[in-house]
Design a protein around this ligand. Structure first.
Ligand code: NAD
Length: 501
């Protein structure tokens, strides 16, 4: 079965599964503003059954050879590539983002699958020959068992694909709890895994809400939890799963700054700020939400940004002429509108006002047009709260020192960028800024799949970032072996602590 079903089922043990729980959630078509499907919400029995299925699958998959796993990963990569446009359509219809943006998300996920295809190299251990006479020492990395991914609505394909290709390649079995707001694409990915030859039970999807998540966090047979979402939930997930003895990485929210120096190429900076702020209607964890204009940069930069903002076309995700789609739900739209109103009341200058935008044929859609605020200060709610919508704030500061101090005072520390023509300024910025991912004349510094992705402070709880080398370490545990073979000489009785001879 390849089409998206009307009521979205779980994907358990290699097949669609409606579960036992009576609860369902509503999935909207954000551009139309109407409900389009329901989604099953797993109860505890559904979660327990899914973890049991994954545990049973691990008995075989966890012992499978690298030469068994790698061809399946290559086959999955081919299928995701073949179906990339169809996957993008599913994403766009439930999230609302424009198709080109959704296709880009699939591409970034593909890059992690490609990285995971190299798992034999990534899992190579270390070997020390003759650590003692006749004795060698080596290390191997082994899978953890059943691992869980809990993911947000804003990248329903890419964020899960940050996790499961590496987890599965390393020999784990995976349970995905995607966002209940745009869950269909995860089931489709399950179907593609099956077509690629993945044994049943290695990749599973349980839909659900808070209750479902909490059962997963407490389940005794879950070894590790990867979470991506808002900061309060990330903190809760980190604390709860840690308390239950699990390895956890919990990525939280963001408020990303883009510092623009007076010497920057301002047309380039204006393009970057607009693309990074309003792509996906600002619903990206790496979106730029604050431009910090240094010295006299603002007077020259703000008109350039405003001109570009006025040229943005808002429309349905499947309209090729649209640059930006709607927000994901009515609640998200209303929250963003309340933030904008708050900014106006607080005295910021609303240079372009996206409120009241309507899209012909989609009058009930969850649209908010792009908004640009100037003269924002760090005491305003629009400055310190993550808005997660198409709102860009400009803060004016006197110096690079003031810009760095402002960025470093934020509790969020996901991404940051500096725009400058001066190498020394960029170098100093990189050293002094307290943020996990830094761009130099690059507004959205998302690392490639072979590096790891993660912020600092309230943008990530846990020790390890996702994908790349840290992803491999997260989904495996090290074992160090010290081996002596028969040619070793018997030493007789010696109860002293072993030492090198
Ligand atoms: P969210 O925190 O509301 O939901 C994320 C996941 O947690 C979903 O699967 C949801 O079902 C579940 N969940 C929600 N509330 C919960 C609760 N109280 N207890 C347990 N589970 C709960 O996030 P969202 O609105 O889906 O996504 C947007 C957020 O994700 C933004 O804050 C954004 O910055 C963040 N995000 C961060 C990154 C990153 O890399 N740091 C990437 C993408 C998104």
């Amino acid at each position: 079965m390849t089409s998206v079903p009307h009521s979205i089922p779980h994907w358990i043990g290699g097949r669609e599964d409606v579960g036992t729980g009576p609860r369902v959630g509503t999935v909207y078509h954000p551009a139309r503003g109407t409900a389009q499907r329901t989604v099953q919400l797993a109860d505890h029995a559904d979660v327990d059954r899914t973890v049991a299925v994954a545990t049973a699958a691990f008995a075989t998959w966890g012992r499978s050879s690298l030469s068994t796993r790698v061809p399946i990963l290559f086959a999955f990569r081919e299928l995701v590539l073949k179906h990339a446009d169809a996957l993008a359509q599913i994403i766009s219809s439930e999230h609302g983002k424009v198709l080109a943006d959704a296709r880009g998300e699939v591409q970034r996920g593909l890059e992690v699958i490609e990285f995971a295809c190299g798992i034999p190299h990534l899992l190579k251990g270390e070997y020390s020959d003759t650590v003692s006479l006749g004795t060698d020492s080596f290390s191997i990395r082994q899978p953890l068992g059943v691992v869980v991914g809990i993911t947000p609505f804003n990248f329903p394909a890419m964020v899960p694909m940050w996790m499961f290709p590496i987890a599965i390649a390393a020999g784990n079995c995976f349970v995905l709890k995607p966002s209940e707001r745009d869950p269909s694409v995860s089931v489709r990915l399950g179907q593609l895994w099956k077509e690629a030859g993945l044994p049943d039970g290695v990749f599973n999807v349980v839909h659900g809400d808070v209750d479902t998540v909490n059962r997963l966090l407490e389940h005794p047979d879950v070894a590790a939890v990867s979470f991506v979402g808002s900061t309060p939930v990330a903190r809760h997930v980190h604390e709860t799963a840690s308390r239950h003895g699990k390895r956890v990485q919990a990525l939280g929210g963001a408020k990303n700054h883009m510092v623009v120096m007076p010497d920057a190429a301002l047309d380039v900076a204006a393009d970057a700020a607009v693309n990074a702020a309003f792509g996906s209607a600002g619903q990206r964890c790496m979106a730029i939400s604050v431009v910090v204009a240094v010295g006299d940069a603002a007077d020259r930069l703000v008109p350039r940004i405003a001109e570009r903002v006025r040229a943005i076309t808002v429309g349905s995700g499947d309209d090729p002429s649209a640059d930006m789609g709607p927000l994901v739900t009515a609640a998200a739209r209303d929250r963003v509108l309340s933030c904008i109103e708050d900014g106006v009341q607080a005295g910021a200058t609303l240079v372009t006002d996206g409120r009241g935008v309507t899209v012909s044929g989609y009058e009930d859609g969850f649209f908010v047009g792009p908004c640009l605020f100037d003269h924002v200060t760090d005491t305003m709610r629009i400055y310190h709260e993550e808005i997660f919508g198409p709102v860009l704030c400009v803060v004016r500061v006197a110096s690079l020192d003031a810009a760095i101090a402002l960025v470093n005072s934020s509790p969020f520390a996901n991404g940051v960028a500096v725009f400058t023509a001066d190498g020394a300024t960029a170098r100093r910025f990189v050293h002094d800024i307290e943020v996990g991912m830094v761009g130099i004349n690059v507004p959205i510094p998302v690392p490639m799949a072979y590096h790891s992705f993660g912020g600092w402070k309230s943008s990530l709880f846990g020790d390890m970032h996702v994908h790349g080398p840290e992803g491999v370490r997260f989904y495996t545990r090290a074992k160090v072996v010290t081996a002596r073979w028969p040619e070793a000489v018997a030493t007789g009785k010696d109860l002293a602590f072993p030492s090198v001879r």
